[in-house]
Design a protein around this ligand. Structure first.
Ligand code: MN
Length: 254
């Protein structure tokens, strides 16, 4: 049987788990299901900041997937938040911030394909030196409603895709209807990144590397393709192209 590429998935954290009320990990099966449907073998990253675990986990995988979750600690990208903005923050996951920053560093260091979704998309920008819009509704004039928790698995707004992007090549589209369950977004773009999709209000919905040769694959999206794969196979294509890049990278490393 053909060995499938191993996709390391960074999960969310929960303060209380199911078995005991301990700090635990939490991951929607939609992520693992999407990776499996794309032909990858999911491996869930453990909740630890131990540096050696992070670097060996990245070493032994063929691609890294960053998922959605709670807000990133603003200390990582902003000096001081006005109190009315600070109030919009949900619960923070400071340890998760740390290991995801290290996972991103190691993915670059070890040349691993990287796919970032929602919080992962924001974390990628922060890890590379960018900032976030802390709350779209408060900070973006004329913003669409990007927090459609009532329609998590349906397209609720359109994005316009840069024609010369990986996202355009993979989807074959110039516009795409996407779901939207976020209240934050990329603010100042990190220097190594370029915007490849935006909604009509200017919110950054996807980024890639300015110098794509820096990684075998990098795609970062604000929406949740894992929740849309049943409604349109085009969203599964995002996972398939990531898993295929991970497989090619594995073969190169053999
Ligand atoms: Mn959105």
């Amino acid at each position: 049987m053909k060995r499938r590429p191993v996709i390391l998935i960074a999960p969310s954290t929960a303060s209380q788990g199911e078995e005991f009320s301990d700090a635990s990990i939490s991951l929607s099966n939609r992520y693992t299901d999407a990776v499996i449907a794309a032909g990858g073998l999911p491996q869930i990253f453990p909740a630890t900041t131990a540096r050696w675990v992070i670097s060996q986990a990245v070493q032994r995988c063929d691609g890294v997937l960053l998922t959605g979750g709670d807000d990133i600690d603003p200390k990582l990208y902003a000096v001081d938040l006005a109190p009315e903005l600070a109030k919009t923050l949900g619960p923070l996951e400071p340890d998760r911030d740390r290991w995801e920053k290290d996972l991103i560093d190691d993915a670059f260091e070890q040349n691993k394909p990287l796919f970032a979704i929602c919080r992962g998309h924001q974390m990628l920008n922060v890890a590379l030196g960018g900032t976030l819009v802390v709350d779209i509704a408060m900070q973006v004039t004329g913003a669409l409603n990007h927090r459609r928790m009532d329609r998590k698995a349906e397209p609720v707004h359109e994005v316009e895709i840069a024609p010369d992007s990986l996202l355009a090549r993979v989807t074959g589209r110039q516009t795409l209807g996407v779901n939207s369950t976020h209240h934050q977004a990329i603010g100042t773009l990190a220097e190594p990144l370029r915007v490849v999709a935006q909604s009509a209000d200017g919110v950054i919905e996807a980024v890639e590397l300015k110098a794509p040769e820096r990684l075998p694959f990098l795609l970062s999206v604000q929406f949740h393709p894992e929740r849309l794969i049943d409604s349109d196979t085009l969203f599964l294509q995002l996972f398939s192209s990531f898993v295929a890049a991970s497989q090619r990278q594995r073969q190169r490393n053999l």
